[in-house]
Write a protein that binds this ligand. Structure first.
Ligand code: HSE
Length: 406
């Protein structure tokens, strides 16, 4: 019997306890898993697990029977301290905490290696989708050229509800919170921070170096309106929040932003809470991973799979990376943007747009708006021209600006 302690009895933590308690893993591992303790500051008098809930981490760290600590608390503190102490005490740690993995992964992986235990985090990216282990093991023979993904279930759910059911942004967000998809502070979802942490983890795993996630250019979906989504749809594009990274010249390019994807793009049909990750390997070409990216049981499934892996393989093949990744400047890359401008005088607007960007692709629009896609040019040149457009029409009249995928 392998005994587990679960730190944090929230949505994911309670899902982990449910999956472990209601399943038998003996036929897969030769041993059963059981939950010996649950750490939470709150009290749960009506829970069937009330008897094993404690608010004292010392009881867990000093319990020699506990081999695996599951950290589903989220945040950096006290999760970092508890994780490091558990690893140094010879216990393996499994987590769904993407903030901690993105920020402190290199240090915690080293601590795990030094102590001959594991630090596993399959649940930190893509919820129930197997992506960390396939990327680290099954695709290990490849040089990873590029990763592009829809990595946040909440925002994908919101964008889908807006276009499919005409819901407002606010109502769709409330729905996502009620379904247990959103972070405790949903700003992390809608501002793109959650996607940013996940692309930082996938990049570290693929390129072997941790990058500073705070330095990744990140934009969320708060400025996207139903009208933008509808205009995109009218020309055969879907709006998605995309995390993207690639390695070039020893430096890592990473970016998070909403994007217009043509309907022919493999990520454009990914809807609701589903996530998908497209990985371009040097030998495999494109490989895509797809599944539920958030929610109690899909995420718990990934956490418990890591626990089973520890029991089965004792952490052989555990992922590893080091500090020292360098981000590249994205400003030289060619980009195209969708623009929506409030302009009562169509002719004047068209002349102004043409004077700044040259020939653009017009999108059929209402009388008081001019909507178009710019020709490709570097981020730097584009930023200069976008500033000119703002000066011409007034910043308050630039109603939408979204990058277009090629
Ligand atoms: N809030 C996250 C999401 C949870 O919506 O994707 C899973 O990481």
């Amino acid at each position: 019997m392998k005994k587990v302690a679960v730190l944090g009895f929230g949505i994911v933590g309670s899902g982990v306890v449910e999956v472990i308690t209601e399943s038998s893993f003996k036929h897969k591992t030769g041993k059963e898993l059981s939950v010996k303790a649950i750490l939470d500051l709150r009290e749960f008098p009506d829970s069937p697990f009330a008897g094993i809930i404690t608010n004292d981490f010392e009881k867990i760290i000093n319990d020699d029977e506990i081999d695996i600590v599951v950290e589903t608390m989220g945040g950096l503190s006290p999760a970092f301290d508890f994780t490091l102490r558990a690893l140094n005490a010879g216990k393996s740690v499994v987590t769904s905490n993407k903030e901690l993995v993105a920020k402190k992964g290199a240090q915690l992986l080293k601590a795990a290696r030094d102590n001959n235990v594991c630090y596993l985090f399959e649940a930190s990216v893509g919820g129930g989708i197997p992506i960390i282990r396939p990327l680290g093991n099954c695709l290990a023979a490849n040089e990873i050229k590029e990763i592009m993904g829809i990595l946040n279930g909440t925002t994908n759910y919101i964008l889908t509800q807006m276009i499919k059911n005409g819901e407002t942004f606010e109502d769709a967000l409330k729905d996502a919170q009620a379904k247990g998809y959103a972070e405790r502070n949903p700003a992390a979802d809608i501002e793109g921070v959650d996607t940013c942490r996940k692309i930082a983890i996938l990049s570290a795993l693929s390129y072997g170096k941790q990058i500073d996630s705070d330095a990744i250019p990140t934009e969320g979906i708060t400025k996207i309106t139903l009208k933008d989504v509808e205009y995109a749809e009218s020309i055969g594009y879907a709006v998605k929040l995309i995390g993207r990274s690639k390695m070039s010249g020893g430096k890592i390019y990473a970016k998070v932003s909403p994007m217009l994807l043509p309907k022919s793009h493999p990520l454009s049909g990914v809807e609701d809470v589903f996530n998908a990750i497209l990985v371009h390997g040097s030998a495999t070409g494109e490989v895509m991973f797809y599944g539920k990216g958030a929610g109690k049981l899909p995420t718990a499934s990934a956490v418990v799979a890591d626990c089973i892996d520890i029991v089965k393989h004792n952490g052989t093949g555990a992922p590893f990376w080091e500090d020292g990744g360098v981000l590249t400047d994205v400003s030289g890359d060619p980009v195209r943007y969708y623009f929506r401008i409030k302009a009562d005088d169509h002719l004047r607007a068209e002349n102004g747009v043409r004077a700044v960007f040259g020939k653009v692709r017009r999108i059929e629009s209402g009388d008081d708006e001019t909507v178009f896609i710019t020709p490709p040019e570097s981020e730097t040149d584009f930023a200069e021209k976008a500033a000119k457009l703002e000066a011409l029409f007034g910043a308050q009249n630039i109603l939408g600006k979204i990058q277009v995928a090629d």
